[in-house]
Design a protein around this ligand. Structure first.
Ligand code: FES
Length: 116
């Protein structure tokens, strides 16, 4: 099923619009190139995940080397700071155990459409 979630231009770069689609709270995030849709529920204690902030993280690197990257791709939960990749929904700490549902998004005639 496809749902109109917002209009193009309605969501500023680096921000998220929370919408209710078919009983699900979903955040639509715009990274400046693409839109991403992620369930607005943290798997830890069910906080409204999309009310957190977007950040980056340190990337895999050699010992004593710190490389920062993925700026704007990491969604940080507002309650206890768990971090999730907004594109995949995977937890940074334990991606096999903790994951948030993500949905496909398309742009159709200036509408941001979420596929559920
Ligand atoms: S509820 Fe999200 S980190 Fe605890």
């Amino acid at each position: 099923m496809k749902y109109n979630a917002a209009e193009v231009g309605e969501i500023e770069i680096g921000t998220c619009k929370i919408v209710n689609i078919d009983g699900r709270s979903i955040g639509i995030y715009y990274d400046g190139e693409n839109y991403h849709a992620i369930r607005n529920v943290c798997p830890h204690e069910q906080a409204e995940l999309c009310k957190g902030h977007f950040s980056g993280t340190t990337l895999t690197s050699k010992p004593h080397e710190y490389i920062y990257g993925m700026e704007g791709e990491i969604l940080v939960c507002p309650w206890h700071g768990w971090e999730f990749n907004v594109k995949t929904g995977e937890s940074l700490v334990d991606p096999d155990r903790y994951r948030v549902k993500v949905y496909d998004v398309s742009v159709e005639e200036d509408r941001i459409v979420v596929h559920i």
